[in-house]
Design a protein around this ligand. Structure first.
Ligand SMILES: Nc1ncnc2c1ncn2[C@@H]1O[C@H](COP(=O)(O)OP(=O)(O)OP(=O)(O)O)[C@@H](O)[C@H]1O
Ligand SMILES: [Mg+2]
Length: 274
């Protein structure tokens, strides 16, 4: 199998505080994985280690076949990144900055096209510092993907996006032929974009799989709704059967909803805190 990221037993501490306590993670070529977890779980730390921006304490890490601690410029040119916190180049003009960054890559996007796709074509000559928060974030995304990276790291990329920008961003990410590691607190976004989801809790990956597999692992309840009531249950078919008997026939307006990723996630987090 073509594995783009391979992590075994990754550990990291800040001083006395152990943040990552043995993480295993694999990304296959072309898939999108969402790394989820509460504030302070270690998501940004993990992404920074994978890009060679931080030195790990222990563990095996391979990204595009290289150890990030030793990756050179040629390796870095195959990565794209949208960092969580990136405040830089306030005096640059949008298009000039994007052209400048694009020039570092062998086969970049057409920067005019990219600005248009991200709804920034009206701001091409603006200074970076004059953009709104959401516009600034769109520029971050443009800078992250302009080099047509093989592997894209997105650390809370849509924070501050309006709903339309968010939808356009999702469509853009889905259209890319790229392996993506994404963090987000928007679980609908994770559910939409991710092939697989990894939940980071207490320094370890608590669960890693498709949203359906996560729901199954967590055993989050399904919601059953019908004309005369609503009930949460682990066994919706059993409840539907009982209701069918109660009504002596079809249950009026019956609706069975499997747990959303958000429900599975919250279930998992609450259980780990207990
Ligand atoms: N440079 C640093 N020095 C000391 N502690 C740090 C540093 N960076 C992060 N931490 C701590 O490490 C833990 C993990 O931080 P990290 O930024 O990786 O979390 P995160 O999962 O990205 O959180 P968020 O969802 O808030 O972005 C936190 O407790 C944080 O306070
Ligand atoms: Mg973070």
């Amino acid at each position: 199998m073509d594995t783009v990221i391979n992590v075994r037993g990754l550990r990291m501490s800040y001083g006395e505080r152990q943040v990552l306590r043995g993480i295993d993670l694999d990304l296959r070529r072309g898939e999108t994985v969402a790394l989820l977890g509460p504030n302070g779980a270690g998501k940004t730390t993990t992404i920074e280690i994978l890009q060679g921006l931080r030195t790990r304490a222990a563990g095996e890490v391979r990204v595009l076949g290289e150890d990030p601690a030793r990756g050179g410029d040629a390796w870095r040119a195959r990565l794209g990144t949208v960092l969580q916190d990136w405040r830089d180049h306030p005096r640059w003009h949008v298009r000039t900055l994007l052209d400048h960054v694009a020039a570092h890559y062998p086969t970049p996007w057409d920067t005019g096209e990219l600005l248009k796709t991200l709804g920034l074509d009206g701001h091409a000559t603006a200074r970076v510092r004059d953009l709104s928060g959401g516009q600034r974030r769109r520029l971050d995304v443009a800078l992250g993907i302009v080099g047509r990276p093989e592997l894209l790291f997105l650390d809370e990329p849509t924070t501050g996006f309006d709903p339309e920008a968010r939808r356009e961003f999702h469509e853009l990410i889905e259209s890319l032929d790229t392996t993506v590691l994404l963090t987000t607190h928007d679980l609908a976004e994770a559910e939409r974009l991710a092939d697989r989801v990894a939940v980071l809790l207490d320094g370890r990956i608590a669960v890693f799989g498709t949203p359906q597999e996560v729901a199954a692992a967590v055993q989050a309840p399904s919601l059953v709704r019908w004309r005369d009531g609503t009930e949460q249950t682990d066994d919706p078919s059993e409840l539907a059967w009982r209701l069918h008997q109660r009504y002596g026939g079809p249950v009026p307006e019956l609706e069975i909803r499997r747990p959303s990723l958000e429900e599975s996630y919250l279930n998992l987090v609450e259980r780990s805190a207990a």
